[in-house]
Design a protein around this ligand. Structure first.
Ligand SMILES: Nc1nc2[nH]c(SCC(=O)O)nc2c(=O)[nH]1
Length: 277
């Protein structure tokens, strides 16, 4: 299948892999943490990513770093909704990174084209929040919760268990009446995985895609799985992140979720030129 249905947009998946730009609207993601500053920042950052060639923008109002506490729904709405209203006229598919049904519902009403749920729509009411829309849905694997997931990740067979988790979630969503054409899957790099688990999943992205027959979205950008290999802090992980994005695509990912849009777009163009049959 070459199309991912995302609200106002049908994303073509048979061309250049798609670049999803990360736009955090959490207080710790812009300078003074002021709400208005945040909106101005969000708009200028979005325009910059669009100028850099981004294919879609992922707006997140809750930090899900390991150990991070959950944010109340109202607070998350206060962060995300102004950004959505400001960005929706920019003509690019907008994704909202949230686990909360209340946020999903409002985001869809405000024109979000995809809901990106690191919790795979498991919260009570999450399926009901998205079922009567045509927005794209990213279903991601996570073991445990952001608060505790990195304390001691353990699997018998991480690839098998992630595939089975994603299969169960997708089957449940399809049984609830959600069109498969709206769904993409994501192994959730860094969400309850050791470095070794992350690289086993990366090496087996093709198997995930094959067995689920769904597009794969991969998010490695600047993560500890990159940092651990190069021994560099988060602000020095561009080269490693580009290599990670290309590795994901080489293993079959069709969407990469990144911070560094211009660089990733260039890297994918060269990769495509080098591998186009
Ligand atoms: N679908 C999807 N959504 C995400 N949201 C984050 S937040 C943590 C960070 O960017 O470091 N990661 C991911 C990811 O890997 N996949």
């Amino acid at each position: 299948r070459e199309i991912l249905k995302c609200g106002r947009f049908d994303l073509k998946l048979d061309g250049l892999p798609l670049v999803m730009g990360i736009l955090n609207v959490t207080p710790d993601s812009f300078s003074d943490g002021g709400r208005y500053q945040g909106l101005e920042f969000a708009l200028s950052r979005a325009e910059e990513m669009i100028a850099d060639g981004v294919d879609m923008i992922d707006v997140g109002g809750e930090s899900t770093r390991p150990g991070s506490p959950s944010v109340p729904a109202l607070e998350e709405l206060q962060r995300v909704m102004p950004a959505l209203y400001a960005l929706r006229e920019l003509g690019k598919p907008l994704s909202v990174d949230t686990c909360k049904p209340e946020v999903m519902r409002e985001a869809i009403l405000a024109g979000a084209d995809m809901i990106n749920d690191i919790n795979a729509f498991r919260a009570p009411g999450a399926l009901e929040a998205v079922i009567d829309s045509d927005c794209g849905l990213c279903v991601m694997h996570m073991q445990g919760t952001p608060q505790h997931m990195q304390e001691q990740p353990v699997y018998q067979d991480v690839v098998r268990e992630v595939i089975e988790f994603l299969r169960e979630r997708v089957d449940t969503m399809v049984a609830a009446g959600i069109e498969r054409a709206r769904i993409c899957v994501d192994p959730g790099f860094g969400f309850g995985k050791t470095i070794e688990h992350n690289y086993a999943l990366l090496r087996h992205l093709g198997q995930i895609r094959q067995e689920l027959a769904l597009p794969v979205l991969a998010g490695l950008s600047r993560k500890s799985m990159i940092g651990a290999v190069i021994g560099k802090p988060v602000e020095q992980r561009l080269a490693g992140s580009l290599a990670g994005a290309l590795a994901s695509v080489a293993h079959g990912a069709r969407i990469v979720r990144v911070h560094d849009v211009a660089e990733t777009v260039d890297a994918l163009k060269v990769w495509r030129a080098a591998t186009a049959d």
